[in-house]
Design a protein around this ligand. Structure first.
Ligand SMILES: NC(=O)C1=CN([C@@H]2O[C@H](COP(=O)(O)OP(=O)(O)OC[C@H]3O[C@@H](n4cnc5c(N)ncnc54)[C@H](OP(=O)(O)O)[C@@H]3O)[C@@H](O)[C@H]2O)C=CC1
Ligand SMILES: O=C(O)[C@@H]1CCC=N1
Length: 277
């Protein structure tokens, strides 16, 4: 059922579109309750045709028409956006940021004190209702605000409330994570082709293996190591493959990747705080 709130998406790119599609699919918003704004005029007809949502090139108009305002531009252009919408934002609206790195305090400073903010880090599988989102409430956001924001993201996947200090780590793991997993699926598909499978079959098997393994882990609540052991016969095939992965440093590489992305999220935040334009 619709939450009965009008939602503005300021910046209607990849992540905003994933959220719009996920929310509509879940039925928590009607197309007429969603107003997207973007500086690219071409996004208007695309979004209208795909989802029937409203579109405007004016961020201010989108803010004025909605109770929930999602900040969905890149961190690099966030300051400009905040300066533009500050005059039309008041404490009656709830602001939800999805931007990597950008601290709540910096948004509050730009929008004026007292503004109600929930900072989040979603990911693109929200588009198919399988997102993972962490949320953190700003000083002026109430429990009801956090619950409202959480209800939106609960409709399109799993959510966790964390201290704001942990959102860079979330960005490194689940925010950026779909990119790592797609790379892994692509590599597994290539591997399947290398050992003789047709491309389409290899990709289908690779993707289903990732999906099925995640589902098995979540549904059973088992430790991943135990589930790995169940695939691994003595002297068998899986242990031969695992040995190669360990020799190639897969664990360390994944840990380094998450650490690098977390660091980058922090850097984006620091750059944001340094700049005041
Ligand atoms: N993509 C992802 O997987 C995730 C992204 N995020 C966060 O979501 C935010 C958006 O990322 P993403 O969707 O990937 O980026 P995109 O570049 O796909 O989307 C941003 C959109 O905003 C437009 N835009 C830029 N400046 C303005 C402005 N002043 N007013 C209105 N629209 C503007 C851009 O236009 P133009 O193309 O002309 O620049 C673009 O269409 C980022 O802050 C990112 O950190 C969070 C989680 C995951
Ligand atoms: O790469 C980025 O900056 C965004 C943030 C999280 C995932 N993608």
């Amino acid at each position: 059922m619709s939450l009965g709130k009008r939602i503005a998406f300021l910046g209607a790119g990849n992540m905003a579109e994933a959220l719009v599609k996920g929310l509509l699919r879940a039925g928590v918003a009607e197309p007429r309750e969603i107003v997207c704004s973007d500086r690219n005029e071409a996004r208007g007809p695309e979004l209208k045709q795909r989802y029937g949502v409203e579109f405007t090139r004016s961020n201010r108009e989108a803010v004025e028409r909605c109770e929930l305002v999602v900040l969905s531009v890149k961190p690099q252009v966030m300051n400009k956006l905040l300066a533009e919408i500050a005059p039309v934002l008041d404490d009656k609206k709830l602001v939800i940021s999805i931007a990597a790195g950008v601290p709540i305090e910096a948004i509050e400073r730009k929008l004026g004190h007292g503004v109600r903010i929930v900072r989040t880090m979603p990911n693109t599988p929200a588009l198919v209702g399988a997102g993972a989102t962490a949320l953190s409430a700003g000083e002026h956001a109430t429990e009801a605000d956090l619950a409202q924001a959480r209800a939106l993201f609960d409709a399109i996947g799993k959510t966790a409330v964390v201290d704001e200090g942990l959102l860079d780590a979330v960005t490194g793991l689940s925010g950026s994570g779909p990119a790592y997993i797609f790379l892994i699926i692509e590599a597994l598909s290539d591997a399947g082709v290398k050992v003789g499978l047709p491309r389409a079959t290899a990709q289908e098997l690779a993707a289903q293996t990732v999906l099925g393994s995640a589902k098995l882990l979540i549904d059973t609540g088992e430790h991943p190591g135990r589930l790995k052991d169940q695939v691994t016969s003595p002297g068998g095939t899986a242990i031969a493959g695992l040995h190669t992965l360990e020799a190639g440093g897969l664990r360390t590489t994944l840990m380094d990747a998450v650490e690098a992305a977390t660091r980058r999220s922090r850097e984006l935040g620091e750059k944001f705080l340094e700049k005041d334009d």
